[in-house]
Design a protein around this ligand. Structure first.
Ligand code: A2P
Length: 278
């Protein structure tokens, strides 16, 4: 079953093939209840970020689940405006405290630029942050390190400066928005792609072009979207606060045939979401 399957990062760390996304899940009861339910139905991979503001409730849900810490894969992220060495160490420690954890399974630079200033050149700051993360990784505080929303040039400067290739790049990825230049670069460097907003933040779950396929396979459009990510070798991070949908998004044990995958590969942009930069 997909929920018990793993990818292996290039450093040998295994990571459950589906993660539970918590972007836009409110701190407090909503985050606590969603993560609690996700763990109950079998998710073992939770994705949060300092910027989501919900690390405390995510951590509380993990602690109260009774599941062994080693059996849950936890990702969090360095805020996008922190672009220096000391700030990275401080924010990492703050995330550990908020989550109530002693180590993080995956720590990501949230974006190559501050969200308030998309597209600015933060090359030197990203290198400093990356050096701090390498140190935390070598000290055993983080089991794997990576980036998010990085383009090939953004990743290449980190590699050139340190020799350390990110293990993961978490990008916005869904049917019709598959970012081939980033994916090709990551495949060449053995960097796992994590797909955030795999349902286009809900925008494509009622898409008419996808309905016939959902009917053909006897599943929902949401499942087609998530299964597509898996068959492309990416790791989807669906978000939901609804118990039925949280459970549904983990039941992906069917196969989209090659002809239909080709159709989906070529469907073109659907929905209104635009790239951050061209
Ligand atoms: P809800 O939280 O009410 O379930 P993404 O994962 O791309 O960020 O999309 C999340 C959005 O998609 C949320 O609005 C969520 O709403 C909705 N969603 C999540 N799972 C499903 C599903 N299986 N069917 C329909 N909508 C879903």
């Amino acid at each position: 079953m997909v929920k018990n399957e793993f990818y292996t990062l290039y450093n040998g760390v295994t990571i459950p093939k589906i993660g539970f996304g918590t972007w836009q899940v409110a701190e407090g009861e909503e985050a606590y209840n969603s993560v609690t339910y996700a763990l109950k139905v079998g998710y073992r991979h939770i994705d949060t970020a300092h910027a989501y503001g919900n690390e405390a409730s995510v951590g509380r849900a993990i602690a109260d689940s009774g599941i062994d810490r080693k059996d849950i894969f936890v990702t969090t992220k360095l805020p996008s405006h922190i672009k220096d060495y000391q700030g990275t160490i401080q924010h990492f420690n703050q995330s550990l405290t908020s989550l109530g954890l002693e180590y993080i399974d995956l720590y990501l630079i949230h974006a190559p630029w501050p969200w308030s200033d998309i597209g600015t050149d933060c090359t030197q700051g990203n290198i400093q942050a990356w050096k701090a993360m390498i140190e935390l990784y070598n000290a055993g505080k983080i089991r794997s390190i990576g980036v998010s929303n990085f383009h090939p040039a953004d990743m290449q400067v980190l590699i050139d400066a340190t020799g350390v290739v990110p293990m993961v790049n978490q990008i916005r990825y869904f049917i019709g928005n598959t970012q081939p230049a980033i994916v090709d670069y990551c495949n060449q460097h053995n960097i796992l792609i994590q797909a955030y907003s795999p349902l286009a933040t809900g925008e494509i779950v009622n898409n008419e072009q996808l309905q016939p396929l959902a009917q053909k396979y006897g599943v929902t459009v949401a499942k087609i979207c998530l299964r597509y990510c898996l068959q492309k070798g990416t790791l989807p991070l669906p978000k939901s606060t609804n118990e039925g949908r949280i459970a549904q998004n983990l039941e992906l044990d069917f196969t989209i045939d090659q002809a239909d995958m080709t159709f989906l590969d070529n469907i073109g942009r659907i929905g209104k979401i635009k790239p951050y930069r061209s």
